[in-house]
Ligand binder design. Sequence first.
Ligand code: SF4
Length: 164
Amino acid sequence: MKINGTLINYYFHCKRQCWLCANRLNMEDESEEVRIGRVIHENMAMDNENSELNVENIKIDKITKEYLVEVKKSDADVQAVKWQVLLYLKILKEKGVERKGKIEFVEKNKQNSKTIYLELTQELEKELELLMEEIEDYIHKKNPSEVLNDKKCNKCSYYSYCYI
Ligand code: SF4
């Protein structure tokens, strides 16, 4: 399976979630979090004709002359979103489209700002390549990592798979 934005995001959020998703154990997620996220994206699609572009195996929320914009409901897992956006910037760059990244959080709890800017530097691109190799190796392992036993599990679509 080709590494996409969801997998890279899950890898930071929970390695087990990444493995389960990559190995096609998809759970229908109807949690409140996911429902709100979907509404945010639907509203964006109505507001802006440049919303939701599909490029290869990635779905981009919005693209402007300067930025690739990713919109998230909350800033609960900033690292996960950052690497997801860096992957998108890399895929676009390979298509000859160079942009900077802009992450917009609808709710800010952990960050001082609702917006984060980032750029795909050469160093980050190298780090990203190594990270993708690491994820490739991991998702081909026979079994996933252990259950996290973390409060983030309560909102996870794999909750019933992991705990019941
Ligand atoms: S329920 Fe917890 S351990 Fe299981 S996949 Fe989700 S976050 Fe990971």
